[in-house]
Structures are given as C-alpha cells and as structure tokens.
Ligand binder design. Structure first.
Ligand code: BES
Ligand code: MN
Ligand code: ZN
Length: 501
C-alpha cells in the first residue's frame, strides 16, 4: 500500500472510501466529520442519535453515500474520550480504520489526520501516529504456508492523507516520513521474532542485520565463535557451547566515527531459541522461546530507523546471539566461567542464559565510552507475572537516564514500569565459588537478574529493560496483531530522538 499526502477537501476526495472520525459522546460532529455529515443530509448524526455509534476508541461505522459525494463509502472511526486522546488513541483509530478498509476490499482510501484539529496534537506527531497505526495494524506475518489463508484480503493499494490547510502540509509530510520509517522498523522486528528458530539462527539474524546495514548505511560487523573467544567472552560462549549454530556477536553503528556526537549503546538479548539447556524448560509452551531474540530484533530494527531518520546521535547496537540447547558439551549447573572483564560467574541455572549473553555484551560496551547504555531482553518469567503483556519492567542506576527512558516510554506508547535495584538483590547472587552466580532462586527473580547484569556494567550510566511478556502477543488488538509485537523499537527511537534534540 502506498501512502500519499494531498491538499484538499475530504468531502470531495476521489476514493472508494473516505475515513473521518468522532470523539466519544459527541452528538453533533464538527470539522471534517461535520462537513461529511452535512453533505449526507445528517446521516452520521442520525446514527449517533439512534445510539448505534458512540465514538468509542477503535469503533467503526460504515455508511453508503448514494451519490451525495464522490466517494461511495464513508467510514467513521471512534477516537475515544477527547480528554484521554493521545498518540496511542490516534494509532488505534488509524489501525482500526485501516483494518476495516481491508475487510471491505476497497482499493483507494482517503483519510483525514486523526487528532490534528484545533487544540489537538502537533500536526507532525498526528501524521506519524496515523501512518504508524495504519502500517502496524495492517501487519501480517506471511509465514511459510504453501498457500496464503483463504480469508486474507489484499491491503488497499493507496491511502491518501487529505489536509485542507496548505500551511500544515510540510509538517504533515515530515510526520508521514517519520511514521513510515518507524513502522518499517517495528514490522521488521516483528518479522524477525515471528520467524521460527530453525529459520532465524544467529547466522541468519546477522545476515538480516547486514542487509539492513547495506540498505541504510549503518556500519556492520559480526564476530563468530573464534573472535568472541579471543576477546575473552567466556560467559557468552558458555551459552553457545552446545549449539551446532555458530554464535554471532552483531555490532551495528549509526554515525560511526562521529566523535562530536554523544554515544548511546543499545544491547539486545539474541537467544534464537531457549530450551533452557541442561536446566531444560517444560515442553508445553517451549515453542514460544523462538521469540527469545526479541531484544536483539528491537535493537537491530531501531538502528535501521535511526539511520533512516538520520538522527544526530552516535548509536551502537550490540546483539549477542546464540541458541541455548542441552548436549554433551553444554554448560552445567555449578560450572564457573570467566567473562570478558575477567569477572567469574557460577551457573546455577543454564536457563538463566540471557543475562550471561548480556554480561559480555555490557563489558564490550565500555570500549565506546558511552553517554548511556540501555539493554533490552526477554529476561524473566517474573516480569510477565508482575506486569502481564501491558508494560515492560525497567531498572536504572542513573536518575537522568531513567527520566529520559520514562519520557520515551510515554512518547512512544511502549510502556515501562520502573523497579528498584536494591543492594539485597546483590546479596542474593553472591556465590561460594565465583564473583557472582546467575540465579538467586524463586523470590525477587527479576531484581536479582537486573543486579546480575549491573555487576557487568562499568563506567557508564546504564538501564535495563525486561520485555519477556512483550515478545509475542496472545491477543489481537488493532495496532498489535497476534504474534510478535516489535516492542522496544519505538521506545528506542523516541529515546534517541530526545537525545539528539
Ligand atoms: N527466556 C526466558 C524468560 C522468558 C520467560 C521469556 C517467559 C519470555 C517468556 C529466560 O531465559 C529464562 O528462562 N528465565 C528464567 C530465569 C531463572 C532460571 C532464573 C525464568 O525467568 O524463569
Ligand atoms: Mn532461559
Ligand atoms: Zn531466555
């Protein structure tokens, strides 16, 4: 589907379907919706008066215009309560409308920009939300079926964003471009996460990162087993030991060599499949562990967006990638390994492998002398139990960085909830035989995991995002089809944008 921006009047738009909107509880539609209502002799206000359409967030109403205006169909989408309207609501409206348009089988669609009216959002923000919501809502994972499902209708061919006010067009065009880049990034992360583990090995992930680098001008490097061993990444390598798949330590850089810009390192857990290793997981839902590289996917995709938007920051993306499998050479509970920093670690559970990858990645991060390091990982089941699929947990050892992340979460809609880094958690991961152990057992599992990672950060402000519950969505929502979410991409883009400002 192509998205184009045009100046004009939505009432006169030449399209198979025009999209307007309504806030919840409004009885007399105004603005563009009011103009369409008048052209249709009050057809929209009739439906509202009858109580059959209330403007709830994501609610849709389709009316047929019977020659009153050029377009044969009008879709009114609900924006929810005016007082609660934000980017999230704008994206939901756009997604619900786009999905309804696809269901109707229309080819040419015209829409107004939701929320850009008087007293609304900045036009660029509203346009970006429109494009993001549309593209994210229409996302489908093509998968590996021999035939596409019979009930899949094709996307509309064209979405025309119509704006009356010529003075707003430039800002809207900026917003459309930003929305396109961000949506492309989120949907890339979704594709990487949805792809089954046998087709998304560390090597394939590195190839995909290399292709993205080629397209966007990022600097790319991937270190294999021999190079990681030579660097002394003994903790990362302990996880990768049993897999036939070569581990990959992916390094992407945007604005490489620009010493004048602040350096932000993003590091993502890339376990392409987590069986638990010798501390084997139960079989029932083990397939979901194909999504255990969602942190790496978010980092790789966010770097692509940073490059496409030419954000004025030096960004380094690190993605340590490996499979976690049991076998004759596999790491065992009780084993001790030495990481890149020279610190030693005792294995309590081979299923606490994500923090092991991150330990060496965060040691590696120090060489960039970063202004901040943020890691992201599907790290603990405890995070999922605590917050459900509604927010990721985060930890930070620096207040300024915590505030920036929190603001990025607000701006992007990729929700975060902060948890503490108590010293008691450090007590809980003290080992009898090594500097630290990789699990403290059942209680406060998430705090111990964060404290473990902090142990391997030195010389920079650091934050950690645990997104275990956000890799794969079980519920279908307008902006978030069931399956991989692409969580983290929008969070990081917002963070990097704010840093560059
Ligand atoms: N990848 C899992 C965490 C996870 C669980 C992600 C559910 C997504 C959904 C991680 O490697 C893991 O196994 N964590 C263990 C750690 C424990 C052994 C200390 C956990 O949380 O149970
Ligand atoms: Mn695990
Ligand atoms: Zn894992």
């Amino acid at each position: 589907m192509k998205i184009a921006l045009e100046q004009g009047n939505i009432v006169q738009a030449d399209a198979d379907l025009i999209i307007v909107n309504l806030f919840q509880g409004v009885t007399m539609p105004g603005g563009a919706t009011g103009a369409v209502d008048r052209a249709l002799a009050g057809a929209i206000s009739d439906v509202i008066a009858a109580g059959d359409f209330t403007g709830k967030s994501g609610e849709t109403l389709v009316l047929y215009t019977r020659g009153a205006i050029p377009a044969p169909r009008v879709l009114v989408v609900g924006l929810g309560e005016a007082g609660k309207f934000d980017g999230r609501a704008a994206r939901t409206a756009a997604a619900a409308a786009a999905r309804k348009a696809r269901e109707l089988g229309v080819k040419r669609v015209a829409t107004i920009v939701h929320g850009a009216g008087i007293g609304g959002m900045e036009p660029a923000t509203a346009a970006a939300a429109l494009v993001e919501g549309t593209r994210l809502g229409l996302y489908r994972y093509a998968g590996h079926r021999s035939q596409p499902p019979k009930d899949w209708k094709p996307d509309p061919e064209m979405l025309i964003v119509v704006e009356r006010n010529a003075a707003q067009l430039a800002a809207l065009a900026d917003g459309v471009a930003r929305g396109e880049a961000v949506a492309q990034g989120v949907n890339l992360a979704r594709d990487l996460v949805n792809t089954p583990a046998n087709r998304m090995t560390p090597t394939v992930l590195a190839e995909r990162a290399a292709a993205l680098a080629q397209e966007t001008g990022l600097r790319f490097q991937a270190l294999g087993r021999a190079e990681c061993k030579a660097l002394g990444m003994g903790i990362f390598m302990a996880v990768a030991e049993e897999s036939e798949q070569e581990p990959q330590f992916i390094i992407l850089e945007h604005n490489a060599g620009r010493d004048d810009l602040p350096t932000i390192v993003l590091a993502g857990k890339g376990v392409t499949f987590d069986s638990g290793g010798i501390s084997l997981k139960p079989g029932e839902e083990m397939w979901k562990m194909k999504g255990d590289m969602a942190g790496a996917a978010a980092v790789i995709a966010a770097l692509g967006v940073a490059a496409r938007l030419q954000l004025p920051v030096h960004v380094v993306g690190l993605a340590p990638c490996a499979e976690n499998l049991p076998g004759g050479r596999a790491q065992k509970p009780g084993d001790v390994f030495t990481g890149m920093m020279g610190k030693t670690m005792e294995v309590i559970s081979t299923d606490a492998e994500g923090r092991m990858l991150l330990a060496d990645a965060l040691a590696y991060a120090a060489r960039f002398k970063p202004a901040a390091v943020v890691d992201i990982a599907t790290l603990t089941g405890a995070q999922a139990i605590a917050l459900g699929p509604h927010a990721a947990a985060f930890f930070a050892n620096d207040e300024a960085l915590a505030a920036k992340l929190q603001a990025a979460a607000e701006a992007s809609g990729d929700r975060l909830w902060r948890l503490p880094l108590y010293e008691e958690y450090a007590e809980a991961i003290k080992s009898q035989v090594a500097d630290v152990k990789n699990s403290a057992g059942r209680y406060a599992g998430i705090g111990a995991s964060a404290k473990f990672i902090e142990h391997f950060t030195e010389g920079y402000p650091w934050a950690h995002v645990d997104m275990a519950s956000l890799a794969l969505a079980e519920e279908d929502k307008p902006v978030q089809p069931k399956g991989a979410t692409g969580y983290g991409v929008r969070l990081f883009v917002s963070l990097l944008e704010a840093w560059g400002r």
